[in-house]
Design a protein around this ligand. Structure first.
Ligand code: GDP
Ligand code: MG
Length: 181
């Protein structure tokens, strides 16, 4: 058994659905209420990598860090981001300002983890027509940044694309590691 552990941080404005995405992925639950996160919450989720790794019985354990409140102005932020292999930068697809601010979070993350990898979740896709969502994704020009691994329209409410996004992030981290051996 071969277990690789990777720290993953959630980034993004307040109420975009960071805590909801983790809750959907780890606990298979969703709540309409605002889920206040006290300080930093750390969750773990293991995925089987048999198919994507040359070791027979290998697993990837995500150690998922979710911080409360304003990440940008939080004294905990450097500790929060330190040592992360990847981040999921989350925006609320119904609030354009949260999409515009993604690049600030990405820069902050990369200033602490220059080799870090990033996925973007355009969350609350259940509230938006797919066609409009695609247009917004095209507007997120930062997708051309080499460290952005993908852009996923997600819904923590319905579960759409949530498992898929985490799985893709895991696969990409492992593939990247293999290139370095
Ligand atoms: P955070 O501050 O980024 O951690 O945001 P939360 O996870 O606490 O979510 C903020 C609010 O958005 C809560 O009322 C959630 O129920 C709601 N929410 C989160 N994700 C979704 C989603 O995918 N669809 C819908 N419709 N609401 C969502
Ligand atoms: Mg939260």
């Amino acid at each position: 058994m071969f277990i690789i552990s990777k720290k993953l941080c959630l980034l993004g404005e307040i109420a975009v659905g960071k805590t909801s995405l983790v809750r959907r992925y780890v606990d298979r639950q969703f709540s309409e209420r605002y889920l206040s996160t006290i300080g930093v919450k750390i969750s773990r989720q293991t995925i089987n990598l048999k198919k994507i790794h040359h070791y027979e019985q290998s697993s990837l354990q995500f150690v998922i860090w979710d911080i409360e409140g304003q990440i940008k102005f939080n004294y905990l932020t450097p500790n929060y981001l330190q040592g992360a292999s990847a981040a999921i930068a989350v925006a609320d697809i119904t609030r354009y300002s949260t999409i515009e601010r993604l690049s600030e979070y990405i820069q902050l993350f990369l200033s602490i983890n220059p080799q870090g990898k990033i996925a973007i979740a355009l969350n609350k896709s259940d509230l938006f027509k797919q066609k409009e969502a695609t247009k917004i994704i095209e507007e997120v020009v930062i997708k051309n940044h080499p460290q952005i691994m993908g852009i996923y329209p997600t819904s923590a409410k319905t579960g759409t694309n949530v498992d898929e996004m985490f799985k893709k992030v895991g696969e990409q981290l492992i593939n990247f590691d293999n290139q370095c051996y």
